[in-house]
Ligand binder design. Structure first.
Ligand SMILES: Nc1ncnc2c1ncn2[C@@H]1O[C@H](COP(=O)(O)OP(=O)(O)OP(=O)(O)O)[C@@H](O)[C@H]1O
Ligand SMILES: [Mg+2]
Length: 269
């Protein structure tokens, strides 16, 4: 028997209630799942179902109301930047800093000496194929290039886990597909565990080993889909019958829940 892959992230009975003036918002309810080491896991679900809240709870940035998050078997109570990097939904590069300085920024905060910071930034720039832009400013790069720099910045502290909240949401379809390929290449090379939020079922399925499907608010896990399609993945796979069948299963889970909830927050195909 093959040895079991260790679990790096575990959510146990997570719930979140936001206390607001008029009525409390139940954002998440009874969320439990486990992410094995080195896997690419995506989370899909309608807008407002609590995906970003869940990611921030995994990162130790937002406390849960019930349940707990474990990383490497230890309960997470605060951010652990040496293990977990987060790419936020609306994260931007610092416009007044050069590209290399942007990548070095989290290392500077962590007190990494200058020489090592420069070396790591150079390594990350090479990894994302943008070495020649080290001395440029963010406004001199395209949207897709800036996203690659944001990935480089997330990887610079050499975390084991990368949490990504809709990192390609603002990109056009072509760039988005290219970025997906790029992320898979980087993932294969660095062997990180990736937890990736997206609205796109196609993107989730193209990238992932496992797709977690969430319901409308209060967000619950309504499906854990094994996306065991062959790797390396190329664009052609998206047109295959196998891909279409699994995507339909995810869509059914989401649309069934849609009918029950009678709301309109849609995930996109
Ligand atoms: N700090 C907060 N205070 C009060 N309510 C909040 C807070 N953060 C999130 N919420 C509420 O929790 C719910 C889930 O929000 P969240 O941002 O996690 O959704 P999401 O699934 O990431 O949505 P989207 O796909 O649009 O990014 C929403 O109803 C939102 O209004
Ligand atoms: Mg969100």
């Amino acid at each position: 028997m093959a040895p079991a892959i260790p679990v790096v992230i575990e959510a146990r009975g997570l719930g979140k209630i936001f206390s607001v003036e008029r009525a409390p918002i139940v954002a998440l309810q009874d969320i439990s799942f486990a992410v094995p080491e080195g896997r690419f896991v995506s989370l899909v679900g309608p807008s407002g179902c609590g995906k970003s809240t869940l990611l921030q709870m995994l990162a130790g940035l937002v406390p849960s109301t019930t349940g707990e998050v474990l990383v490497d078997g230890a309960v997470v109570r605060r951010p652990i930047p040496e293990k977990i990097s987060v790419m936020f939904q609306d994260a931007t590069l610092l416009p007044w800093k050069r590209i290399a300085e942007n990548i070095e920024f989290p290392l500077e905060i962590a007190g990494v000496p200058a020489a090592e910071r420069h070396a790591r930034a150079a390594g990350m720039l090479a990894l994302v194929g943008l070495s020649e832009f080290a001395e440029r400013y963010p406004h001199e790069l395209s949207g897709g290039m800036r996203q690659r720099i944001a990935i480089a910045r997330g990887l610079a502290p050499n975390p084991r886990i990368l949490l990504m909240d809709e990192p390609f949401g603002a990109l056009d379809e072509q760039t988005r597909i290219k970025m997906g390929h790029e992320l898979l290449r980087i993932w294969a090379k660095t062997k990180k565990t990736i937890f990736f939020i997206t609205h796109s079922l196609t993107e989730a399925l193209f990238l992932s080993d496992i797709v977690l499907v969430m319901s409308h608010r209060p967000g619950r896990i309504v499906g854990v889909i094994d996306a065991a399609l062959p790797r390396p993945r190329t664009y052609d796979i998206i047109g295959s019958a196998e891909f279409g069948a699994v995507r339909n299963r995810i869509w059914k889970l989401i649309s069934q829940d849609d009918t029950e909830a009678g709301e309109t927050g849609m995930a996109s195909l």
